[in-house]
Write a protein that binds this ligand. Structure first.
Ligand code: CMP
Length: 140
């Protein structure tokens, strides 16, 4: 296993309920390090661009509206096998299908308001990290 970096977003449903610390504890307790982090309000065009791969999906417009409905915390997580590890810590996209102990099982409200986003591959992780962070903002 290699040391990897992945992009994580704590979504508006979670920041509204003041869950940033509890979610970060899940990452840290499972061996991921938060090597960059910023709280921000996404603009509509940023949210549209970030989720451009889902442009043709029926949920795209609602997803963009949701992602700009409140603050998000964007972060870079680092560790062994970080992309897959983070997906395991998050749990399934739909919280109804997520395993016990995962972030989405414990905190998510619905398939849309599912508390966290995590990159789905190493290749997308690099693109997504680059979308939000410059190399000098990431301190490993
Ligand atoms: P995320 O991992 O950020 O990637 C795309 C997001 O679209 C997903 O989490 C959900 O928040 C949202 N979404 C809304 N409806 C659906 C759906 N039916 N299937 C998958 N993702 C959905």
């Amino acid at each position: 296993m290699a040391k990897e970096r992945t992009l994580s977003i704590i979504k508006p449903d979670a920041t509204k309920r003041n869950l940033t610390g509890k979610i970060n504890t899940k990452f840290e307790d499972n061996g991921l390090r938060i090597v960059a982090q910023k709280r921000m309000l996404l603009t509509k065009s940023e949210a549209e661009a970030f989720y451009a791969v889902h442009k043709e999906r029926p949920f795209y417009n609602d997803l963009v509206s949701f992602m700009i409905s409140g603050p998000v915390v964007v972060q870079v997580l680092e560790g062994e096998d970080a992309v897959a590890k983070n997906r395991k810590i998050m749990g399934a996209t739909n919280p109804a299908a997520a395993e016990e102990g995962t972030i989405r099982k414990e905190f998510a409200e619905s398939v849309e308001a599912n508390s966290v986003h995590g990159s789905d591959s190493l290749e997308n992780a690099a693109k997504e990290i680059n979308f939000f962070f410059s190399e000098t903002e990431i301190v490993g």
